[in-house]
Design a protein around this ligand. Structure first.
Ligand code: 13P
Length: 251
C-alpha cells in the first residue's frame, strides 16, 4: 500500500522569520506521518532552522544539491552539507532547474546516485512542455527522462525514490492538468518504472502530481488511482492552504 504524500516546494520564497512562522503554524495540527507523508522543501539557508523545529509529523527537504562531494563549484551545496542539516528529502531535476540552469538528465542521474549514497530521499521531477504535449510526444518525453534519470539505480534504491509528474505548462500558470490526464500520465510513469525495474517496484513507487494543485482541485486529483499525492508550489506558501492539501490526503 502506497502512503499518500503532500510535499511543499517553496522555491525562492520566505525569509527565515516567515519560514519559522509557517512551521509553528502547522506543527501541532498535521496528521500523523503514518497517514500522510508531509514534507516541506525549502531554500537551503533555512533548512537547519526548520529541521530543529520540525514537529513529529513533518519532515524537511532541500530543493536542489550538487552531485560532487566538494570542490570549486561556487554557490553550490554538496550532499553531505545537506545531510548535516538533518533534512531527509531533496528535490532533484525540477523543471525550473532544467530550464533556467541547464540541468541535463546526465547531471540529474548523478544527483540521484549521490542523494541515495548519502541516505537522502530524492523527489525526481519530470514533465513535458506545452509544445511537446501538443505534438503528442508526452509519453516519449517522460520515458526518455525516466530512462536517463534513473539509469544505474537498483530496485532497492527505488524504495526511497519519489517521482513527481509535473507538466511544465501547468506550473505556476493556474492551469491544472485534468484529473484524467494527470492520472493517465502518472499511470504511464508507473508503467515505465515497471519496465525499467519490476512490477513490485512500480506498485510501491510514490508518484505525485504537481502543477497548480490547490484546495479547489486537490480532491479530484487525489481521487485518481495512480496519483499518490502532490508536489505543490504556490498553494503551499500559506499554512492554511497547505494544511487543506495535507488533510485532503486523509479522505
Ligand atoms: P505550482 O503549484 O505553483 O504550480 O508549482 C508546482 C511546482 O513546480 C512544484 O514543484
Amino acid at each position: 500500500m502506497r502512503k499518500p504524500m503532500m510535499i511543499a516546494n517553496w522555491k525562492m520564497n520566505k525569509t527565515r522569520d516567515e519560514a519559522l512562522s509557517f512551521i509553528y503554524a502547522v506543527n501541532e495540527v498535521l496528521p500523523s506521518l503514518d497517514k500522510v507523508g508531509t514534507v516541506v522543501c525549502a531554500p537551503a539557508i533555512v533548512l537547519r532552522d526548520l529541521v530543529k523545529r520540525q514537529g513529529d509529523n513533518l519532515r524537511i527537504g532541500a530543493e536542489n544539491m550538487h552531485y560532487e562531494e566538494s570542490g570549486a563549484f561556487t554557490g553550490e551545496i554538496s550532499p553531505s552539507m545537506l545531510t548535516t542539516t538533518g533534512v531527509e528529502y531533496v528535490i532533484i531535476g525540477h523543471s525550473e532547474r532544467r530550464a533556467y540552469y541547464n540541468e541535463t538528465d546526465e547531471a540529474i542521474n548523478k544527483k540521484l546516485h549521490a542523494a541515495i549514497k548519502h541516505g537522502l530521499k530524492p523527489i525526481l521531477c519530470i514533465g513535458e512542455t506545452l509544445e511537446q504535449r501538443e505534438q503528442g510526444v508526452t509519453h516519449d518525453v517522460l520515458e526518455g527522462q525516466l530512462t536517463k534519470d534513473l539509469a544505474g539505480l537498483t530496485a532497492e534504491n527505488m524504495e526511497n525514490v519519489i517521482i513527481a509528474y509535473e507538466p511544465i505548462w501547468a506550473i505556476g500558470t493556474g492551469k491544472t492538468a485534468s484529473p484524467e490526464d494527470a492520472n493517465e500520465a502518472c499511470g504511464f510513469v508507473r508503467n515505465v518504472v515497471k519496465s525499467l525495474f519490476n512490477a513490485a517496484v512500480a506498485e510501491e513507487t510514490i508518484v505525485l502530481y504537481g502543477g497548480s494543485m490547490k484546495p479547489a482541485n486537490v480532491d479530484a486529483l487525489l481521487a485518481q488511482s495512480d496519483i499518490d499525492g502532490g508536489l505543490v508550489g504556490g498553494a503551499s506558501l500559506e499554512a492554511e492552504s497547505f494544511l487543506k492539501l495535507v488533510n485532503a490526503c486523509l479522505k
